[in-house]
Design a protein around this ligand. Structure first.
Ligand code: ADP
Ligand code: ZN
Ligand code: ZN
Length: 801
């Protein structure tokens, strides 16, 4: 009987977003399984493409003649049944293509041995002229920039697509080691035959003799500086040494390898209660998720650790998500410190190779605990007994590109599959989660007190409108004095610069001219280190002008408060202070973030100055002052979550002070001292904030009272984009029940990379038909891709601008 494989091909278009039937060749019948990637001939010209086998069947649904699978890429499935099913669910719930979801879930490294091929989707004169009778063009062989540019435009317009194909000779990452072949006396003998003036040869022989005594053979890389490859080759010919290839094992945290594991702490009463509730759920049949509301420093992490231990004791595995890189160093250290090599770590700071190695360790069941950022939610763990999301309110859990998923939703979905409890932890839960706990969808647990019994820090609000006289640069007198005092007492301070929006730009003080990007309707951002203005959207870069391009005035200045500017001010007002500046620019290099935190922990700096990334999770006992330079930059944004974000940020950053035995002090500079978000943050009153914010959300018909979807349409012609948006709007309007439609409106950045954007926001409560309708719309607009439209759907968008 024939075996049919259902294959999702790696051609991300609407037309191909379904499994295709392929015959499994006789020789492979035993080998092919769902979750394996295969090579198949596909479509016009029968070009070879990669596909994922999602199912096997006895009979085909397709009536015509079947093609056979050409080759397999994976010898074993790279996705198990649970993850395959998850990928399908993800596609349906995010409006993304199934193959896009599959690709998102697999480590990049798996796809690294692929080459890129550009193939036509649409056939018209221009496209046919470019491709002739070739079914595709090899990306690497396109050297003509004009051709490349043309193809890029076509790809954006949906005329062509890029596919990945197996490279002929794939490379496995290996390192070369040197193996000494002789014993000591034989090397002595060889040494006697070498001329006195052949210094390098003698040196090599001596070294080989040494290495021969060592247990591990040394790496070629480590001796490369001393001996050239020809010298080593010559030695190999003489039979002095051999080269050995070994697959590189990449340990992202080598320094932790030999540390003794930490012991569980004796829990406080409130911690013990939390641990008891969740532990019971680990052993229960179908537990409900938990929301753990615990003030900063209440010992949530210790709770997580003991719960993970419980899951392991139950013979299960545990998955823990943490927000992007900022939080990982300290959190990872604590988890690795308790569980050692049982922990696999997945986050974007790792190289593809490191990620792949960790992924493989999980797959081979060598790791039973996974800690990672957003995409770690797809870790191939089996038999999961506990799922944790720390700082569950963080926006980095939402992916902004296709598939636009929220890791919390995926986590909850996997929890249902595994019948395991979820713990969503935060000092400032998202309104959505807190409201669900209110309704009993989640069980609410709380840790209301700090472990060290220290009261939460005193928060002092400085009204910057009143302070005008005494302000120096961006500093009030109070803040400067407080910093000065910490210097004298040898205590540390954290300074936060709230940098949402586009703060550092160049503006002419004479005529108000602002330098904007030639491709996008957005002002260019100032980068002092490279002395350029950059567009953060398209990458355009140009030198900083000396005179105003508009009026010729020399009074063209920097505006906004960048971290660099604050750093300069600190150097001026507090010259003796050692300042560590932490922002996207200083933490670009791999490991830079962790290194800087380590320095600060070792008290090699007095002040840690940074953007949002310093606000969370860091635990430094000697920090007694936290200063917020500008609390309200986010309040001005046209976003209904502005207050929530401001409250969260202030609460998180206040939590950095006074974590050990010294009391903490917080100074918040603001132009809106009476704003409720700032006042509730001052009182550390999350519940108060929650109640007031819920009222406002109710009045405005915002989440969590409503669900939201953002539909974005773009085209390179402004009129076309508008026309399409309004016709979509009409179509939607007709289909809406009680849902509310906002727009169409031009995007906040109306033009990006020379495309024009329009958006429609839909707010709804129960609208089964609406989602169906959106799926239909997606399919229809995909068909019109040849006219150059793109359409994107974003459920529960984190930003409306
Ligand atoms: P959170 O994650 O809630 O901000 P942490 O887990 O970082 O809080 O705990 C704050 C501090 O208290 C840490 O230094 C931690 O080691 C310590 N701690 C936590 N639980 C206990 C406990 N039961 N006994 C003693 N110290 C504890
Ligand atoms: Zn000017
Ligand atoms: Zn631009």
């Amino acid at each position: 009987m024939a075996v049919i494989a259902k294959v999702i091909v790696d051609v991300p278009t609407m037309q191909t977003d379904q499994p295709y039937d392929y015959l499994v060749p006789e020789a492979l019948v035993q080998a092919v399984q769902p979750g394996m990637r295969v090579v198949v001939n596909f479509g016009k010209g029968s070009r070879e493409v990669v596909g994922m086998v999602v199912d096997l069947a006895d009979a085909a649904d397709f009536a015509g003649e079947l093609k056979s699978i050409k080759a397999v890429i994976d010898l074993a499935p790279v996705m198990n049944q649970e993850l395959l099913a998850l990928s399908k669910w993800l596609a349906a719930s995010t409006f993304a293509f199934w193959i896009t979801c599959i690709n998102t879930m697999l480590p990049a490294m798996l796809k690294a041995n692929m080459e890129k091929i550009i193939v036509p989707i649409v056939h018209n004169e221009a496209v046919d002229a470019m491709f002739g009778d070739q079914s595709g063009l090899l990306f690497d062989q396109i050297t003509d920039l004009a051709v490349m540019g043309q193809l890029m435009q076509w790809q954006q317009a949906g005329w062509v697509t890029t596919e990945y194909r197996l490279k002929k000779n794939q490379k496995v990452k290996k390192e070369t080691l040197i193996k000494p072949l002789l014993n000591r006396p034989a090397y002595q003998a060889a040494l006697a035959t070498v001329k006195k003036n052949a210094v390098k040869q003698r040196e090599l022989l001596e070294a080989l003799m040494q290495w021969q005594d060592d247990a591990d053979s040394p790496k070629l890389t480590s001796i490369n500086k001393r001996f050239s490859r020809p010298q080593l080759n010559a030695a190999q010919e003489k039979g002095w040494l051999a080269f050995e290839q070994r697959e590189i094992y990449r340990d992202p945290y080598p320094e932790m390898a030999n540390q003794a594991l930490t012991q569980p702490l004796t829990l406080t009463d409130s911690q013990a209660k939390v641990v008891a509730s969740v532990s019971a759920a680990i052993h229960a049949a179908s537990p409900t998720p938990f929301l753990l509301e615990g003030v900063t420093g209440s010992g949530k992490t210790e709770v997580y650790l003991q719960l993970m231990a419980e899951a392991l004791r139950a013979g299960k595995t545990a998955l823990m998500l943490v927000p992007e890189i900022a939080l990982t160093p300290q959190m990872v250290n604590r988890v690795r410190g308790r569980f050692g090599a049982a922990v696999a770590v997945l986050h974007s700071g790792l190289s593809d190779g490191e990620k792949y190695d960790e992924w493989r360790r999980i797959e081979r069941k060598e790791a039973s605990i996974v800690v990672g950022a957003r995409s770690a939610v797809f870790a191939p763990l089996e038999n999961i007994g506990l799922l944790i999301m720390d700082e569950e309110h963080e926006t980095s859990y939402k992916q902004e590109d296709n598939p636009r998923y929220h890791a919390r939703d995926v986590l909850l979905h996997r929890a249902r599959t595994h019948q395991a409890p979820v713990v969503l932890g935060s000092a400032t839960p998202s309104l959505e989660s807190r409201a669900r706990a209110q309704k009993g969808v989640y069980t609410l647990l709380s840790l209301p007190e700090r472990i060290n019994q220290q009261p939460l820090p005193d928060v002092h609000i400085i009204d910057m409108r009143q302070a005008v006289e005494s302000i120096q640069g961006d500093f009030s007198k109070e803040l400067l004095d407080a910093l000065q005092m910490r210097l004298e007492r040898h205590e540390q301070s954290v300074l936060l610069l709230n940098r949402r929006g586009y703060s550092s730009f160049v503006m002419c003080r004479e005529c108000g001219f602002v330098k904007t990007c030639p491709n996008c309707d957005i002002s260019l951002t100032l980068h002092m280190d490279s002395h350029t203005l950059k567009c953060h959207y398209c990458g355009h870069e140009e030198p900083i002008p000396n005179v105003c391009p508009n009026c010729g005035s020399k009074k063209i200045r920097y505006y906004g408060t960048g971290t660099q500017k604050i750093e300069e001010q600190l150097a001026q007002y507090l010259p003796q202070a050692r300042v560590l500046r932490m922002d996207v620019d200083t933490t670009k290099k791999k490991g830079a973030h962790a290194r800087m935190l380590k320095q600060f922990g070792e008290q090699k700096a007095d002040i840690l100055l940074g953007t949002q990334m310093i606000a969370k999770g860091l635990d430094f006992p000697n920090v007694t002052l936290v200063g917020v330079i500008n609390a309200d930059t986010a309040l001005g944004l046209p976003d209904f979550r502005a207050s929530e974000r401001t409250f969260q940020l202030l609460t998180q950053v206040s939590g950095r002070a006074g974590r050990a035995d010294k009391p903490g002090h917080v100074i918040v500079q603001t132009y809106n001292p009476d704003h409720y978000a700032i006042q509730f943050a001052r009182m550390h009153d999350y519940e108060g904030f929650y109640r007031q914010e819920m009222q406002l959300r109710h009045q405005g018909d915002y989440p969590p009272y409503y669900y939201t979807v953002k539909v974005t349409v773009s085209h390179e012609d402004a009129n076309q984009a508008a026309k399409a948006a309004f016709s979509l709007g009409k179509q939607l309007q007709g289909a809406l029940g009680s849902a509310i439609m906002l727009g169409p409106t031009p995007g906040a950045i109306a033009r990006l990379k020379n495309r024009y954007y329009y958006q429609i926001v839909l707010k709804y409560k129960h609208e089964d038909r609406l989602l169906e309708m959106l799926h239909l719309m997606r399919d229809e607009t995909q068909k019109s891709a040849r006219q150059g439209f793109t359409i994107a759907f974003d459920r529960e968008p984190q930003s409306f601008i």
